[in-house]
Design a protein around this ligand. Structure first.
Ligand code: ZN
Ligand code: ZN
Length: 413
């Protein structure tokens, strides 16, 4: 029989992995949660553990997702700026230097009064427009507003470097930082100079902008400066379709991961009510992924909630969220057949007890596609460790799925 290629659905539950939680009688949130659908997936699939960036490495969400999507983070990553910028819809070119930025409030001495400008919700697009398109020396300034006080800044020009420090002091009642070059290269020096000039201009232009004149009159904090952090250079990156030969789509709420998906050329599908937090539209995202599978070979589905709840030390919330994910995934798991391979896993662990990402491996299940199964019947960290997949790294996952799905050529004759 000819080799029939199978479609692939990769589902990432961000920060799902955990450790024993005292509040949950020593169980992990996955062990404590009632997850009949995930348990079914484990039963009809093969299971194992995965360290996304290799053993002992504590993954960031961005670097972990690069590995999961088949890219080497050591070659493609210099900071989260480009992914955040891509996530709010900026189109970047290789070599662009991108930053995450806030519209913030400073006084006339450049002391930071409010990093979120009174949680401004309206008018930031006008503020961004007032700065967008200016040039400093030979460098073009591109800025686009995101949600609330957030925005992305791109410096486009020759001789720039991502090795510059932040202008955001990350603290209140502190002066705006002068961006410093982080190495001795003239490029870092030039980039720091441009960034400092931009920061000064942002204050001059925004402090008198009509949006802020009105805010001051209404006794609201003016959004009168742009504070930058997280510089990164846009990598030269091969499109997913060219690299692997599959047409892909992504359903993702949070800008960081959405931007990464856009940059590698996955079709990012918007879902109403997809917030990138625990109160997201889970059913809508699942439905959208099933629809996307009709005309894509590879679909990437991402849920953020578990990670956010772990950062908030919310054990019960994380258990409830995992149960909600379990319910939402029923249509995928019930409909699983030979034509589709599903992988369900996490980008890293986020233990409740620490409230931070950790290097603990995450559970992984691969099911469907008429593939072999193992004896595991529950989906959690302890059960999965008994499975046939053993201990993988994140960079194993996509090649493995492509091989199982019939997307790779024979090596040899
Ligand atoms: Zn993450
Ligand atoms: Zn996190």
């Amino acid at each position: 029989m000819a080799n029939v290629k199978k479609k692939i659905l990769m589902i990432i539950c961000d920060g799902m992995g955990d450790r024993p939680v005292p509040e949950l009688d020593g169980k992990t949130p996955l062990q404590a949660a009632n997850t009949p659908n995930l348990d079914k997936l484990a039963t009809i699939g093969k299971n194992g553990m995965m360290s996304t960036l290799g053993h002992g490495v504590i993954p960031g969400s961005d670097t972990a997702h690069l590995a999961l999507l088949g890219y080497d983070p050591h070659k493609t990553y210099s900071g989260r700026g480009p992914f955040e910028a891509g996530g709010i819809g900026l189109d970047l070119l290789a070599g662009d230097i991108a930053f995450r930025v806030n519209f913030s409030t400073v006084d006339e001495n450049m002391t930071v009064i409010d990093r979120r400008a009174g949680r401004i919700t309206e008018g930031t697009d006008k503020l961004a427009d007032a700065l967008d398109g200016m040039t400093i020396e030979d460098v073009q300034i591109i800025i686009k507003a995101g949600v609330e006080h957030r925005a992305a800044l791109v410096l486009r020009g020759s001789g720039l470097s991502p090795n510059v420090g932040d202008t955001d002091p990350h603290e209140l009642n502190t002066k705006v930082l002068e961006a410093k070059p982080l190495d001795a290269d003239a490029k870092a020096e030039k980039t720091a100079t441009i960034l400092n000039e931009f920061t000064k201009k942002s204050y001059e232009i925004l402090d008198v902008h009509e949006v802020n004149v009105k805010r001051k009159a209404d006794s609201q904090q003016p959004a009168n400066i742009v504070l930058c952090r997280g510089a990164g250079a846009m990598p030269k990156i091969q499109l997913f379709s060219e690299k692997f030969g599959l047409k892909g789509a992504a359903i993702v709420g949070i800008p960081l991961v959405k931007g990464l998906c856009r940059i590698i050329g996955l079709d990012t599908i918007e879902v109403e009510g997809a917030t990138g937090s625990a109160n997201t539209n889970l059913n809508g995202k699942v439905e959208a992924s099933l629809t996307a599978l009709e005309d894509h070979d590879f679909v990437f589905l991402h849920f953020k909630g578990a990670d956010a709840l772990a950062h908030d030390f919310d054990a019960q919330g994380k258990v409830r969220f995992l149960e909600d994910v379990d319910k939402a995934l029923a249509p995928i798991i019930d409909g699983l057949d030979e034509k589709l391979i599903v992988a369900f896993t996490a980008d890293h662990s986020s233990p409740i007890v620490t409230g931070e990402h950790s290097a603990d491996p995450v559970p992984l299940v691969i099911a469907g596609g008429g593939l072999r199964i193992d004896n595991v019947t529950k989906f959690d960290e302890i059960s999965a460790s008994q499975g046939s997949l053993g201990n993988l790294t994140g960079s194993d996952l996509l090649p493995m799925l492509l091989g199982l799905g019939g997307w790779r050529k024979m090596y040899g004759a």
